[in-house]
Design a protein around this ligand. Sequence first.
Ligand SMILES: [Zn+2]
Length: 132
Amino acid sequence: MNPELQEAWDDFKKSRKEIKYPLTSTAIKKLRKKLSILSFNNEQLAIAILNQSSECGYRGLFPLNKQNQEMYEAAERARRKRETIQCQYCFLNITEATKQRHESNECTMAPRPDPVRAQGMIDELMMKMGKN
Ligand SMILES: [Zn+2]
């Protein structure tokens, strides 16, 4: 298991003990199933759901409340921006955050609109419109 997810799960177990509802083996089985459903098997979302219950001293697992959902989404957006992806044109490793700059300025393989040709197409379109 992802160490972060393991830690969140351990914290939840600890928190259940602290509120005097220690997890039974049946509860563990049921809650793990519920967690996979609530999180759509997304590890980051599962971690946020577990942390929400630990922080609030909940006995069960629930969909994220509005505030936690917003925090989760912001963290996910930031994480995705740092993720390394490959440029679809030159296959260089870039990140989501630098993708646009790379494709429009730095990439040697990305197709760029030809300004002369683009102007020609505009002129042609204007002429057609004028005729009608
Ligand atoms: Zn490129």
